[in-house]
Design a protein around this ligand. Sequence first.
Ligand SMILES: *Cc1c(COP(=O)(O)O)cnc(C)c1O
Length: 394
Amino acid sequence: MIPSVLPTYNRAPLTFVKGEGAWLIEESGRRYLDLGAGIAVNALGHAHPALVSALTDQANAVWHLSNLYHIPQQQALADKLVEATSADTVFFTNSGTESCELAVKMARKFWYEAGFPERVEIIGFEGAFHGRSTAAIAAAGSEKMTKGFGPLLPGFVQVPWADLESVKAAINDKTAAVIVEPLQGEGGIRPLPAGVLRELRALCDQTGTLLIADEVQSGIGRTGRLFAYEWEGVTPDIIMVAKGIGGGFPLGAVLATERAASGMTAGTHGSTYGGNPLACAVGCAVIDHVSEPTFLDEVNRKAGLLRQKLEGLVAETPDVFEEVRGVGLMVGLKCKVPNMQVVSAGYDAGVIIVPAADNVVRLLPPLTISDSEISEAMTRLETAAASLTQTALV
Ligand SMILES: *Cc1c(COP(=O)(O)O)cnc(C)c1O
């Protein structure tokens, strides 16, 4: 008999009932160090006092208003995002997949209004993840995500990851945009090699193609800059945001330059919940916190500390791990044993890590994790790795 919750997930046998900072507490009372943060969502950890009060204060005022009216919290958050980025305008969504939908619609509408209605194609990369809507799975194109869900939305092509020559060959007079994660998350924490995003920007500029940066996982301070594209000094035309921006409250956004957004006039797009007061009040608190002068410096410092310790772990357990990769606090460990074994051994040792493609486990801790929590996490990861080394030796 089908379970009452549609069984699209293989869930771990863990039920958490409380979160405190970088910790999750199970029903049994057992405490786990959370290096998953709800897959890069709980950017400020669990139950951060500033977020709790932003949410409860707003809950006591008003929960929901239609976008038929002005929403001050939405206006405030849009102003903060425009101030902090190269973008000029923001549309709020509830998830990454909805941000993908709008990014695709916006790029196509731009070319339609510019008098090139044939420019509809979106070039993406193999191994990408942009969400679960029909547009988002078509953009990623992998068999794993698209099989059985055809006919797929037309107008998407994929090229090998980071392969500029293939992008060059794929751009033609039908191309609307290139969509790229500066750092693939689900694909196995695969950063674009240095310079590639800049080259992509140049290729787009030469051909008028719009550049869409999917920063759903890499954004909001995760890599040590507000957005990962900043490391390359480029400015995307359209930026997809979700996950960390709500700190655990469902919230997403599409940021765009005035030019890229020029086709999106009144009536062309909308959302019932997108930009609601509760989500935006929390989003404002997240952005205020991440924008504090020393916050990102601390993320970078802690990322360096974690990286160094992880390099040590890989060196000590070469039969379990192959390499460390990633940027900031978006880190992957490429495994030599099946990655789900590492995830399970982590649970046994009281540390939560998240699997990704390419046999990688991801570490996406709250950006607020402390030095001593990083040390404790390492002790637990060493225990997990040691248990697998023993298994490997048997
Ligand atoms: C998670 C993710 C998405 C999809 O976000 P949802 O909120 O799950 O719809 C899109 N792109 C990237 C890079 C992601 O990591």
